[in-house]
Design a binder for this molecule. Structure first.
Ligand code: SF4
Length: 333
């Protein structure tokens, strides 16, 4: 173990209180770390990247974050309980009530870009079709997508009803079978994919991993559904909220396994990189609490007190806000 040397000064969010604090990237024999010092919660150290050269190649680029996308929470509730969950649904917090459709329509009318309805799990709302329709009414040219765990869209007529209301595409969370909560969950996700194919609804596949071996099956899978899946994001989870990954996987680990990456160019941050697979982009990413570079989705986000901010910061602030309310019970994990 060598003593760390400082690579760059930065600003980060304290993982405890979400306030912006001074931090620095340090390099030692384990790679790159981000050390944050909160005046209330002390020092926090986050492993960032195993391969310093890989990290620096992304960090040295000018970083642009044009926000043209809104990740809009329509509910914090969920019909599943995944061990990789970073949302607040099963964290034991008293969740805020769902915002009414009119309020959501009001947010959508204030935003000009594309919108993804997220949760929790958006399909637990019986009025999801109305929300999609409202999104089109206040901005017909924009794309409305749905980030879902796929359980309810395993029902073909339900998915058709959302498409008929204006749903443009689906972000489908689709992990390796051993990372899903149960074989039945996985089976329903396959059914959801099949339904998207029947209804010609394009799919942006989202895979979450906490062990590098969970990547093995993805290329074969993308090949099998190549006409349906137009984009893939693979995210290595870090400790966030109640999520405690088995292993810390770095973006360079994924790039190596998938055999290389595109040259670090547009869309690259120190925490994401693209690889090509049969002409289709696969985005490899991870989350780090760097304020200037924290948001691999470049999305706006509206936290539970109706404040607008960026995606990752907003999730962190939601967590802090909700934690400060009544804690119901410890999550069973
Ligand atoms: S990861 Fe998604 S589907 Fe799973 S519990 Fe969390 S919000 Fe629900």
């Amino acid at each position: 173990m060598t003593s760390p040397c400082v690579y760059r000064e930065a600003r980060s969010l304290c993982p405890q209180c979400a306030r912006e604090m001074p931090s620095r990237y340090e390099e030692d024999s384990d790679g790159i770390l981000l050390r944050t010092v909160c005046d209330e919660h002390g020092e926090q150290v986050e492993p960032v990247e195993r391969d310093p050269a890989f990290f620096k190649a992304g960090y040295e680029l000018d970083y642009e974050s044009p926000v043209a996308h809104l990740a809009l929470v329509v509910t914090y509730r969920c019909n599943m309980s995944c061990r990789y969950c970073y949302s607040l649904s099963n964290a034991g917090f008293e969740l805020p009530p769902d915002r009414p459709v009119e309020r959501i329509a009001d947010f959508m009318s204030k935003f000009r870009g594309n919108i993804t309805l997220i949760g929790g799990e958006p399909t637990v709302r019986d009025d999801l079709g109305e929300i999609i329709e409202a999104g089109k009414r206040v901005g017909a040219a924009r794309k409305i997508s749905l980030a879902t765990n796929g359980q309810k869209i395993a029902n073909l007529s339900y998915l058709k009803s959302l498409r008929d209301r204006g749903l443009d595409f689906v972000f489908l969370s689709f992990n390796s079978p051993d990372y899903e909560p149960s074989p039945e969950t996985y089976r329903r996700k396959l059914e959801a994919l099949s339904n998207c194919r029947k209804l010609r609804i394009p799919v942006w596949l989202q895979r979450t991993i906490d062990e590098i071996g969970q990547l093995q099956s993805i290329l074969q899978f993308i090949e099998e559904y190549r006409r349906l899946i137009f984009h893939v994001t693979i995210r290595a989870v870090k400790p966030f909220g109640v999520c405690r990954p088995r292993d810390i996987v770095f973006v360079s680990d994924m790039a190596k396994l998938l055999q290389g990456s595109r040259p670090a160019g547009k869309g690259t941050t120190p925490f994401n990189r693209y690889v090509d697979f049969g002409g289709r982009p696969i985005k490899l990413c991870s989350w780090v609490n760097d304020v200037a570079r924290m948001d691999p989705l470049d999305s706006d986000y509206i936290i539970s007190d109706d404040t607008w901010t960026t995606f990752h910061r907003g999730m962190r602030m939601d967590e802090v806000l909700l934690k400060s309310r009544t804690r119901i019970e410890s999550p069973a994990r």
